[in-house]
Design a protein around this ligand. Sequence first.
Ligand code: HEC
Length: 442
Amino acid sequence: MRFIIASFLASSSALAAPVSFSKQIAPILAGQCLECHRAEKAKGGYRLDTFEQLLKTGDSEEATVVPGKAEASELYELLVVHDDSDRMPKKADALPEKDIALIRQWISEGAKYDGSNAQASLTSLLPQKVAQTLEKYPRPIPVTALALNGDGKVLVTSGYHEVLSWDPATGKMRGRLAGMPERVLGLSFVQGGPWLAVAGGTPGRSGEVWLVNYAKPAERKRLAQMRDCALDAVTSPDGKYLVTAGADNRVRCFALPEGKEIWNLEAHADWILGLAISPDGQHVATASRDRTAKVMKTATGEIEGTFTGHSVPVLSVAFAPDGKEVISGGQDGEARRWTLDGTGKKDSTLRPAGRTEVLALSYLNQDTPITASGSGQVSVIDAKARKTKARLVMHGDRVNAMALLGGGDGQAVITASHDGEIRITQMVDNKELRKFVASPGW
Ligand code: HEC
């Protein structure tokens, strides 16, 4: 009974409070509308990337927001119009009823602006998430992303609404970056520091891209907000570019360190599951559920080649050290080598993992790719002989991500598994150096 009264009070007071543009409306518009209505791409001649822009009319010259009159406001009318082809967001489901009701209420209350600068970008207004960090995890959670910084001293892994950082030498936790997307699916350090790129989201609901100062986590900026998860993030070795891609089939490129978006392209017909950047930073490769992999120019997004050799979803991709060859991994357990123009090599097909999917790829050297698979295994391949040279590490569950640590005889591979475990394994002799569960409290 106490609960019922409390929730009743909470909901009635929510109705009584005026709708806040920056806390309630901006997140809806940024997530659902911004991708088609911003400076670089203003569909229908209409932008809503700042509050000032949002009040202006588009090509139709109909008033977009009439304070106090939702029915006379095109922005509201286009959310509820019956004809699917006219309704916003275009080519997507209608907004949830509660979001439409909020927008209606906000306009009815006078379409007030509660930020401090009407020219500020909508994304800068979005509320910082209240940290929902759990002190201890009730059970280990899958590790879906990891990254190692330039000197190999900081390892970051995906957490629940957070990024966890570890000392790879001891396996001890160094710190926790809270207020991150619910699922963290892509992590990449920016060369030269102190920034870490974080991509993720809530499946089917929202996607986010962040730059976080990992030395001072309060210093952070949200670079993009999408309708579905960002699934991967890579930065160029010269620290100039961040590229992300995800479940909206788009690839986005941002200039670093400021984080301004320089291009944004619908590159595939289905989810983009993996990304790689060439050693010279000039090319980006994508792996997609649409069964193709592509290469595009980092500076412009111009597509240089499409590889159609997989007849199954492509899950992972990597550049060879010479930057001229790409390897991509499929759901059927095959990895294939090809050149930047999308042409497959004659001896291209490798079957490192039996019939389990190739989830992550890397290179030991030009002719020695490494694959991580759904069976929990990491394989070192002799690409010329098309043979598996060594089978390393065996996790109890799929390996979602890996990174190489150190060099020479001491070189190790760090692997992250779906069962929550991180293992650091020396490559020459498959010796396990360290093993820990990357969930706080475990
Ligand atoms: C996938 C792209 C896309 C998305 C997402 C999208 N729009 Fe649009 N929008 C368009 C296009 C295209 C037009 C031009 C008219 C048309 O083709 O129907 C348009 C037109 C408009 C117009 C009319 C502009 C004018 O004066 O002619 C408004 C207002 C608008 N959109 C608001 C929104 C809102 C609000 C959202 C989010 C809930 C949204 N749009 C999401 C593509 C999009």
